[in-house]
Write a protein that binds this ligand. Structure first.
Ligand SMILES: *Cc1c(COP(=O)(O)O)cnc(C)c1O
Length: 366
């Protein structure tokens, strides 16, 4: 059996440095917003090439707090429209709603699974204030084209980079440094994953970073001095310590993911299986390797019989979820088709060549 994702084995590689960090953590007696959080913020900002990184509790809060921060700075107000992919994990959309803004869902492009650029253009109204590209499955959104579309409209660009840690554009700029601000999640399954919940915001905007460092901690500027109606969404000290152990291996892990993806792309040859399009024009860190099949249930039975793990990212599009019933009248044919046909096959930095070959063989014999 090849599991879809063996998190335990992924983290086993870091066990001795985790133990060492935990020992130091215990000895420090300092549990919240300590040196490990500061160190991770500095490390991750340097890694992404941004001036600032603000650690927060999770990816949802990262996105929400960016929007709340811009409201405090007067750049956004209640009910402003945020253009967002209709094909995303629901967190992206919930963050917008929770911040009191209005998500405007945009149709998916079937080649990239990111924004359909024509639909994006058509969705801009006088009320649009923000575009939130999601680098879904690890592939960068077409940021240059998006910037071109936005040129006359003066919208904020907020990346949902939760699946794209480390992806670079053709100038070497990384996800997190391609817009005004970006939200990251370090949920354990992500390319850079903690051992629990964790998240961060990256930005080059000094004012935003300053507001966010208060907002995540009860709006505090110094102990028991509250400037803002803040939140409690701090990056956990211990998770920051674990992330400091793992960050130096992120590029190596992403390279391994890309290497496996390239093998899948060149060696899986089966008309019944639509592979992701990856021509190198937008970088891809293959958080997931997502294929499409027409008869998904049959394919799932086949994978089960052959011991290949699988998951669906995601089975129900956000606009058809009960939680977003006010969007249920909307129709996005590409997004719906995607959700009906997609299935993710195993890809991870610790997959062995034997496993990769077995997966290729099983998919070719379908
Ligand atoms: C994981 C994820 C999030 C949410 O992150 P959490 O840390 O679980 O809150 C948001 N957007 C996308 C695209 C994600 O994959």
């Amino acid at each position: 059996m090849i599991p879809f994702l063996d998190l335990k084995a992924i983290n086993e590689r870091f066990e001795s440095s985790f133990h060492e960090s935990f020992q130091q953590f215990l000895e420090s007696g300092y549990y919240v917003l300590g040196n490990q959080v500061k160190l991770f913020e500095a490390n991750f900002a340097r890694y992404c090439g941004t001036k600032h990184c603000v650690g927060v509790g999770n990816g949802l809060d990262a996105l929400r707090l960016i929007l709340e921060g811009y409201k405090i700075l007067g750049k956004l107000k209640d009910n402003d429209e945020v253009l967002v992919a209709s094909n995303t994990y629901i967190a992206t959309i919930l963050a917008i709603k929770q911040a009191g803004l209005k998500p405007v869902l945009v149709e998916t492009d079937l080649d990239t699974y990111n924004f359909d650029l024509a639909s994006l253009k058509n969705s801009i109204t006088k009320k649009s204030r923000v575009v939130m590209p999601v680098h879904l499955y690890g592939q960068l959104s077409q940021m240059k084209e998006i910037q071109k579309i936005l040129k006359e409209n003066n919208l904020l660009v907020i990346e949902d980079a939760a699946q794209a840690h480390g992806a670079r554009n053709d100038e070497g700029k990384r996800a997190g440094n391609l817009g005004d601000a970006a939200g990251f999640s370090f949920y354990p399954t992500k390319n850079l994953g903690a051992l629990g919940d964790a998240g961060a915001i990256t930005t080059n905007d000094d004012d935003l970073a300053n507001v966010l460092s208060k907002l995540r901690n009860y709006g505090t500027s110094s102990k028991y001095v509250n400037d803002l109606v803040g939140f409690n969404s701090r990056l956990d000290e211990l998770q920051a310590a674990f992330l400091n152990c793992k960050l130096p291996s992120l590029d190596m892990d992403n390279n391994r993911r890309r290497e496996i993806a390239k093998r899948y792309l060149s060696e899986i040859k089966n008309k019944k299986i639509t592979l992701p399009k990856y021509d190198g024009s937008e970088d891809h860190v293959f958080h997931l390797f997502v294929v499409r099949v027409e008869n998904r249930n049959e394919f799932i039975d086949y994978l089960d019989r052959n011991g290949i793990g699988h998951l669906i990212h995601y089975p129900i599009p956000p606009h058809q979820q009960k939680a977003l019933s006010d969007y249920s009248d909307l129709s996005f044919p590409n997004t719906e088709k995607t959700h009906n046909q997609i299935i993710s096959i195993p890809i991870s930095p610790i997959l062995s060549e034997v496993d990769v070959e077995r997966i290729i063989e099983v998919l070719n014999s379908y």
